[in-house]
Design a protein around this ligand. Structure first.
Ligand code: FPP
Length: 268
């Protein structure tokens, strides 16, 4: 997390927030439901797409801050399998924004040692978006820092269906199916499960996002709309995460200790 301090001027309001964080307990994997772009635009009497455009700035700052914090994985819910129900013009604009982001950010991704990956039914994306995505994934594939994982045309139920189908196609028998085997057949195979799930704009829903993987994630919901989710908002979310007592079904650090290692709830 030293690189966060390198990026901050002492005396900047975010400096105190960064100092309050316990560097040994940064979530390994944060997943974000970026909600509220439409409401942000409506409040300003702008078209919905203006909200998505503004949301790209939050994507940029969040990615950079997660890399500076030393997180391993950041999964962003960019487009759900249900989002095709939106007006054609809005969907087309989302693909355009994705391409623009990928094209513009490649240098920043390389500079910050970020590897880009994607989860979801990517083959159903417009060809241009697929090509841009594959190009950036290929170019960043050797980077060893933050893994920026974009959930695109993603649905948690679709992912489980795809996983079960792939296991059956491999000839796996009923007795051979275990939690580990199923986890390994998901799009997120090999990634740690999210420790922290953030949802912006106040809705108390999971919206078909990483259904299997968020079993023990700490959920943080903020009223802040996605385009207003600046660095300080992310630091607040991580601070709140560090205040939680994660018990994974056990008794935590006040009990007898069972199951997985309990994590201390204390913060500095
Ligand atoms: C939800 O807001 C947001 C989306 C469906 C799309 C998120 C996309 C971006 C932030 C931009 C492109 C992404 C990347 C990774 C470059 P909403 O439209 O549902 O808002 P509302 O609930 O207020 O209507």
């Amino acid at each position: 997390m030293q690189s966060l301090f390198d990026a901050l001027e002492p005396g900047h309001p975010d400096w105190a927030l960064a100092r309050a964080l316990d560097p040994t307990r940064i979530p390994k994997h944060a997943a974000i439901i970026m909600d509220g772009n439409g409401r942000w635009a409506r409040k300003r009497s702008l078209p919905r797409v203006a909200g998505h455009k503004a949301g790209v700035s939050s994507v940029r700052s969040t990615v950079e801050t997660c890399a500076q914090l030393g997180m391993e994985v950041l999964t962003l819910y960019a487009f759900s399998v249900e989002n095709w129900k939106r007006p054609r013009a809005e969907v087309d604009m989302l693909w355009r924004l994705l391409r623009l982001y990928l094209r513009r950010e490649l240098t920043t991704l390389m500079r910050n040692n970020i590897r880009l990956t994607a989860i979801g039914r990517v083959k159903a994306l417009p060809l241009m978006a697929q090509q841009e995505l594959r190009y950036v994934m290929e170019r960043t594939s050797q980077n060893t820092g933050l893994r920026l994982n974009l959930a695109i045309n993603y649905g948690g139920r679709a992912e489980l269906v795809d996983a079960v189908q792939s296991l059956i196609a491999e000839g796996v028998s009923a007795e051979e199916i275990t939690e580990e085997r199923l986890s390994a057949a998901l799009y997120t195979s090999g990634l740690p499960d999210p420790d922290l799930l953030i949802r912006t704009s106040g809705e108390l829903r999971v919206s078909n996002f990483l259904l299997w993987q968020i079993a023990y994630a700490e959920i943080y919901v903020t009223e802040t709309l996605w385009p207003d989710f600046i660095r300080a908002e992310l630091l607040h979310a991580v601070l709140e995460y560090q205040r939680r007592d994660r018990r994974f079904g056990g008794l935590g650090d006040t009990g007898e200790g069972m199951g997985r290692e309990p994590v201390s709830a204390t913060t500095r």
